[in-house]
Design a protein around this ligand. Structure first.
Ligand SMILES: NC(=O)c1ccc[n+]([C@@H]2O[C@H](COP(=O)([O-])OP(=O)(O)OC[C@H]3O[C@@H](n4cnc5c(N)ncnc54)[C@H](OP(=O)(O)O)[C@@H]3O)[C@@H](O)[C@H]2O)c1
Length: 364
């Protein structure tokens, strides 16, 4: 069946929306496909390697498979034809984001991705902010464990601290994001993406300070962070800047963002073990657990939001699918490049994921 890809079908009970998943057979893409199905949406499976796509298609014989490569715009147009949205799970996004966004704009459908690449979020804002707004298109980058969850928690913690100080323009003095992972067995995609990001920074690291991202060299600082029970005080690597430092400032005037990660997780990430996550339940989740604590500070007052759960790759799927569902259901959805924290009420968004995916605690 051919469908005019300029049309914008919307979800109704009779015709469930179709959502193209780029990189559908990757580790994260598979979680996203399963989560879309759980909500009655119909994934269109896409990716660049026909054999891997066909193998996933055998597990979902009722779904369409549409091979597409980022250097062939026609193949991307075919992959998006008749879809109501596209979720890009193919990374490094330094290679895939722009061509898939271009295809989404041509197809007049919203684009969402799960990038963890800070620079890709910045590139997306710079290249597509005005273009998408002018075209009435919506681009939602980094709706994922890194980039999305911290953005939602920070925005929820800041609450009504949205108005900038009359002198400085700053609404929040500092946002601290502390990640505690029980372990981290990265996927191939994470490893390759880390190499691409590191090369872009010439081996340096980035830090959001005094209202902008800057590059640092030398060793990252180490300290202790006291997480809520039962984790308690753990050694952490500081200046472990993630995509949250690009997403949060798009809508919250914050002076400094500092990010830290438990040392054991950083050591796991840098180890040579290529084995990747190991599934321990029928949904494919690994035994990895996470806790993310976000502290917002203004004029000496602090507000806190905490989320914990299981498997950073698996939880990315409910984050991005919830965003897609809200976008598809909203006849007045915004246009431009919009990040998770600005897409919807962040507390409502997070709370909707609490059953089964997140345990939440807010102090304000
Ligand atoms: N922000 C977050 O918290 C978060 C969470 C999960 C994942 N991610 C990101 O998502 C990406 C995928 O991670 P993963 O864990 O799913 O890794 P994975 O299992 O290794 O899968 C990588 C996927 O990307 C595809 N891909 C890679 N380069 C491509 C290109 N140039 N064109 C088209 N497809 C390409 C791969 O297709 P082939 O196998 O055909 O090469 C595969 O489908 C990574 O960039 C990772 O950092 C971010």
């Amino acid at each position: 069946m051919t469908t005019d890809h300029r049309t914008r079908p919307h979800a109704t009970p009779a015709t469930p929306a179709r959502v193209t998943v780029m990189g559908a057979y990757g580790h994260t893409g598979r979680f996203v496909v399963a989560e879309l199905r759980r909500h009655g949406l119909v994934p269109i499976l896409s990716g660049r390697t026909p054999q891997r796509l066909a193998a996933l298609g055998e597990l979902h014989p009722d779904l369409e498979t549409r091979p597409a490569t980022v250097d062939d715009p026609d193949s991307l147009d075919r992959a998006l034809a008749g879809a109501s949205a596209v979720i890009n799970c193919a990374g490094p996004f330094a290679s895939t984001a722009a061509p898939v966004i271009d295809a989404a704009l041509r197809a007049h459908v919203p684009y969402l991705d799960v990038t963890a690449e800070t620079e890709v979020v910045l590139d997306t804002l710079a290249a597509y902010g005005d273009r998408a707004r002018a075209a009435g298109g919506l681009i939602v980058p980094a709706v994922a464990f890194y980039g999305g969850l911290g953005d939602l928690l920070a925005t929820a913690a800041a609450g009504d601290w949205t108005t900038g100080d009359a002198d400085t323009g700053t609404a929040v003095d500092r946002i601290s994001i502390a990640y505690a992972l029980s372990g981290w067995r990265p996927t191939d995609g994470t490893r390759i993406t880390g190499q691409v990001s590191s090369a872009r920074r010439s081996g340096g690291r980035i830090l959001y300070a005094d209202g902008r991202l800057r590059t640092r060299s030398g060793d990252a600082p180490r300290a202790d962070w006291t997480f809520p029970d039962p984790i308690g005080t753990r050694p952490v690597v500081g200046e472990f800047t993630m995509a949250d430092s690009a997403t949060i400032p798009t809508h919250l005037a914050v002076k400094d963002i500092d990010t830290c990660m438990t040392v054991s997780a950083v050591d796991d990430l840098r180890s040579a073990d290529p084995s990747g996550p190991v599934a321990v339940d029928e949904s494919g989740r690994s035994a990895q657990t996470f806790l993310v604590e976000v502290v917002a500070t203004r004029d000496g007052e602090t507000r806190r939001a905490v989320a914990s759960g299981q498997d950073i790759y698996a939880v990315t799927a409910p984050l991005v699918v919830e965003a897609a569902r809200r976008v598809l259901a909203d006849p007045h959805r915004p246009s431009g490049v919009v990040t998770a924290g600005a897409l919807a009420d962040p507390r409502d968004f997070l709370t909707s994921l609490a059953p089964g995916h997140l345990t939440l605690d807010f102090t304000n």
